[in-house]
Ligand binder design. Sequence first.
Ligand code: ADP
Length: 375
Amino acid sequence: MKNIKVGILGGGQLGLLLAQAGIQFPIFISIYDPDPECPAAAHTQNFVQGKFDDYEAILKFGMEHEIILFETEQVNVDALLELQKRGKKVASSPQTLEWIQDKGRQKQVLKEAGLPVPHFEDAPADKIREYDGPFPIVQKWRTGGYDGYGVQIHLDKASIQKAPEVDSILEEKIDIDKEIGVLVARNEAGEIAVYPPVEMVFDPEANLVDYLIAPARIEENLERVMKALAEKMAEKMEFIGIYAIEFFIDRNGKIFVNEISPRPHNSGHHTISANVTSQYEQQLRIVLGLPLGSAQQISPCVLVNLLADQSTGDTHYVGLEEAYRIPNVQYTFYGKQTVRPSRKMGHALILEKTLEKAVERMNDIRSTLTITSHE
Ligand code: ADP
């Protein structure tokens, strides 16, 4: 194999960690991002500034590389499809990206594939305020939402009468007991690797994942069903690359598929140290035409997001020395120069034999380390 040029669209934390996994292969990585101060830019010699919706710029960047990966779903799909047509390898499959960018279309595809999705209906912008029940109901913008932005629960008619007039879907509200992430990888030879389910615990105020527990604390039969669904999806929908599937388990133990991300995912950061093959390494193996690695988990873990406090300004880390004294913890910082309220600044991976111990260490980190604009 000669030294292959790999271009990554997106230089956020996922692009950074994907680039880091690049050292496991004889490849040469470049990063493309609108922001020259993005987390990955500081760690790459080859940075190209460009917008994610710029067809021509992405085409040009792609043509300079043999392989193109993306870490965000907001990239211009037509450019990716054109690059594929011109013989470039693109992962995860841009064909999937095409239908997941619109939440309405995504839900429809999942439903037609026979997957258990919550009941939903289309609600065009000019009709949404006419919805007459039942309540509660979840409004999701078809496009333009991220990290919970663009998702709103309406409890009654008065609320929906003030709903944002945006093309949306209205979805049955699930009485969620647990939110679970399952990573699945599939290569061109049809090999599939499914990672053990991860439990995502949300911070309701910041509307972000607060911490993850892997493996998830769920009954074995639920784990089996979710892994089988992930495998079925990968096969039926001809996934090529790494995919994250988000599931809900309701209080009666019923499983729903919420959404798919055709890329490495925040719910898979722990795989760098807690699994034999990280999600990033797996993605590179797939595009390089190499065999899949094992998805087996080698240590239980908790992964906690390190959020900024409520201040705004230049970043300061307070209590760092004490934080590094806490055993069995690996920190990752995204190198963000400024803080905003609850901004994600990094994460800590806690590897412990028991989850109880890991949760204890997480609380130690929280009471020790503050990321703030105050010195
Ligand atoms: P995003 O892609 O912006 O993260 P999601 O579809 O994942 O949007 O929704 C964000 C959060 O809203 C979910 O993690 C979940 O907590 C909640 N949510 C989404 N859909 C439903 C639903 N049908 N019922 C109850 N809660 C939901």
